[in-house]
Design a protein around this ligand. Structure first.
Ligand code: NAD
Length: 458
């Protein structure tokens, strides 16, 4: 096949999956379970190929890809298989005797229809597959557009999805911004987008032309706040890890750190220690920066920074290698703070917890806030005075790992949720159905016109 799906092929896929959805096939619970089981086998049979593709795209160590993508998707499939029937079952609203019991009110869960899923490159398989799993569980047909920047993962999906999943209901198409723009000219019933806030604006304006609802899973400048009472060892180890993991190219990464001046020097020392520890396995296990454009962007921000590089700073453009880097004496006006870093640079800003949350509130709402502190009152004050997709206290990433909790952003970090039942609901229309008996209809005639005082005695 050519590198990107042609317009004629996109059109054919679009027609076929619409026809299948209209036939009602994807609505049956049997079809949904069958597809989820096939999804499981797609991973089980091809673990090695999947890990290899991720290594080719990102130079990611096998273990890192196994826990962050392979195992995460498998766990998700099991969760959806286990709960599918419970989530899909009708619900009875708690509406009292007349409007609830007597009216026979029920809430029916119906698939939204044909969904378009657009994936990012940073976890190119899991972040494309997890919305697919939610769409299948909800009974939707879907067109899937993986990121063109992770070619190995894209090829994996192009090859495996038709081999394992229902070709008439689930299609993978490929393309860059221009091709995706053309795909979006078509009407879908849901667009699930994971990517940057900048591109999200194109996605939503294209979807708006058809009044298509969207779920936006975006990123932002997620901070860590370290107060004077924090366990510095814990904070340094976690921050070094989240900047090492995928080379900091994570929507939930710590973008920058606010640290109380009294523990600043200790934190910087321990960050150096933990970075060295993480690199003991060999620099070759460090994930590469995805491409030259992003490498140059990161290097440019680092070079322009007025801060002091106290650890790291080494780079190799031909290998797209960026050593984990700690920069101190950073202010909110520094070039390093001009946009989401999405890389292994860790700017450190001296601030107490109040100055920290005041600074956070001058930027768009992030996807995550991390607070390292033993002071409950201060933790509560930070939460009460900020907004973010989620919060982890004395740790990183953990709030996103609660399988039954909603995962999503707020404001510039996105809207809508997924994970567990929330993913199922993202692709579901909740349809309220009532069937009032004749007696109830009769009772209701008292509100019918003509209006007069006699209505009261009708
Ligand atoms: P991106 O926005 O550049 O690309 C995402 C997808 O959009 C890709 O499939 C790409 O082909 C497509 N695209 C790019 N330009 C387009 C255009 N003009 N019109 C239509 N489609 C277009 O994002 P990325 O670089 O792949 O990922 C990095 C961003 O994603 C970061 O901001 C990160 O924080 C965010 N992210 C968020 C989550 C989350 O779950 N909230 C997860 C991963 C990444």
């Amino acid at each position: 096949m050519s590198k990107y799906t042609t317009e004629a092929e996109v059109e054919e896929s679009y027609t076929v999956i619409h026809r299948t959805f209209k036939s009602g096939r994807t609505k049956s619970l049997k079809w949904r379970k069958w597809q989820l089981k096939q999804f499981w086998w797609m991973l089980e049979d091809n673990e090695e190929e999947m890990i290899k593709a991720l290594h080719a795209d990102l130079n990611r160590h096998e273990f890192e890809s196994t826990f962050s993508e392979y195992a995460a998707v498998k766990r998700d499939i099991l969760e959806h298989l286990e709960h599918l029937e419970e989530w899909a079952a009708d619900e009875k609203p708690d509406a009292g005797f007349v409007m609830g019991t007597l009216s026979g009110a029920r809430i029916k869960k119906e698939p939204l229809g044909v969904a378009l899923i657009i994936g990012p490159w940073n976890f190119p398989l899991s972040l494309t597959m997890q919305p697919m799993i939610a769409a299948i569980t909800a009974g939707c047909a879907c067109m899937v557009k993986p990121s063109e920047m992770a070619e190995g993962a894209q090829e994996f999906l192009v090859k495996m999805v038709p081999k394992y999943l229902d070709r008439d209901a689930i299609r993978v198409v490929t393309g860059g911004p221009a091709e995706t723009g053309r795909i979006l000219e078509r009407k879908f019933d849901q667009v699930f987008f994971t990517g940057s806030s900048k591109v999200a604006r194109f996605i939503t304006s294209a979807a708006a032309k058809h009044l298509t609802p969207t779920v936006l899973e975006l990123g932002g400048q997620g901070p860590a706040i370290i107060t004077e009472s924090a366990d510095i060892e814990l904070a340094a180890q976690n921050i070094a890890w989240v900047k090492f993991l995928n080379a900091g190219q994570i929507c939930l990464s710590v973008n920058h750190v606010f640290v109380h001046p009294s523990v600043h020097d200790q934190l910087v020392k321990r960050l150096e220690y933990w970075n060295e520890e993480m690199l003991k396995g060999g620099k070759e296990h460090m994930v590469k920066i995805i491409n030259e454009r992003n490498f140059d962007r990161l290097k440019g921000m680092m070079d322009k920074s007025a801060g002091k590089i106290v650890y790291g700073g080494q780079t190799n453009r031909s290998k797209l290698y960026f050593h984990p880097t700690v920069v101190t004496d950073v202010t909110m006006k520094d070039p390093l703070m001009s946009e989401e870093l999405f890389g292994p640079i860790c700017p450190i800003i001296k601030a107490d917890f109040r100055q920290a949350y005041q600074a956070i509130n001058k930027l768009p709402h992030p996807l995550a806030i991390y607070i390292f502190s033993k002071n409950k009152a201060q933790i509560d004050e930070v939460i009460a005075n900020t907004n973010s997709g989620g919060v982890t206290i004395n740790g990183v990433l953990m709030h996103a790992g609660v399988p039954t909790a909603p995962f999503g952003g707020v404001g510039e970090s996105g809207y809508g949720y997924y994970h567990g039942k929330h993913g199922f609901m993202a692709f579901t229309h909740t349809r309220t159905i009532v069937s009032p008996p004749a007696l109830l209809n009769k009772l209701m005639t008292f509100v019918h016109p003509p209006y007069s005082i006699s209505n009261k005695s009708k």
